[in-house]
Design a protein around this ligand. Sequence first.
Ligand SMILES: NC(=O)c1ccc[n+]([C@@H]2O[C@H](COP(=O)([O-])OP(=O)(O)OC[C@H]3O[C@@H](n4cnc5c(N)ncnc54)[C@H](OP(=O)(O)O)[C@@H]3O)[C@@H](O)[C@H]2O)c1
Length: 117
Amino acid sequence: MASSKPAPKAAPKPEPQAGTILLTSANGSLGSAIAAQIASTPDLAGEYHRLYTARDAKAAPALQAALLRGHGTAAATSSSSHDILSLNTADLASVREVAAQINARVTSICSYETASY
Ligand SMILES: NC(=O)c1ccc[n+]([C@@H]2O[C@H](COP(=O)([O-])OP(=O)(O)OC[C@H]3O[C@@H](n4cnc5c(N)ncnc54)[C@H](OP(=O)(O)O)[C@@H]3O)[C@@H](O)[C@H]2O)c1
């Protein structure tokens, strides 16, 4: 006899791109450790767009190494949903420019600040 019990509902899947994580000073010791942790955490790396800042986005070796470590392979790193922005907090024009870029991109922010000045 067939059971009249309804099948259990599957747990709701989180929306892809649940929001944006902003990690400043992501090329520093703390920042790159956090970046690696985020990259290796599927609930974060899979659901959130990540914005990383470094003083020079094109020369951020600790961050690049951390992303590689976290994602496992270069291919996974390049297909990952993240951007690296150049931000010099000692330069007001740089801060304004990056703030404008961030405001244009994000839907919501979970911000981790790792540098103090
Ligand atoms: N490490 C620890 O265990 C620990 C413990 C407690 C508190 N803290 C504090 O946490 C903060 C970060 O520590 P850390 O160990 O990660 O230091 P770190 O490795 O020396 O990194 C410093 C970071 O600050 C960034 N930075 C410096 N001047 C900047 C500027 N003008 N504009 C934008 N970014 C700038 C650097 O960016 P670039 O790499 O792009 O140049 C780098 O990512 C420090 O204030 C430290 O005192 C650290």
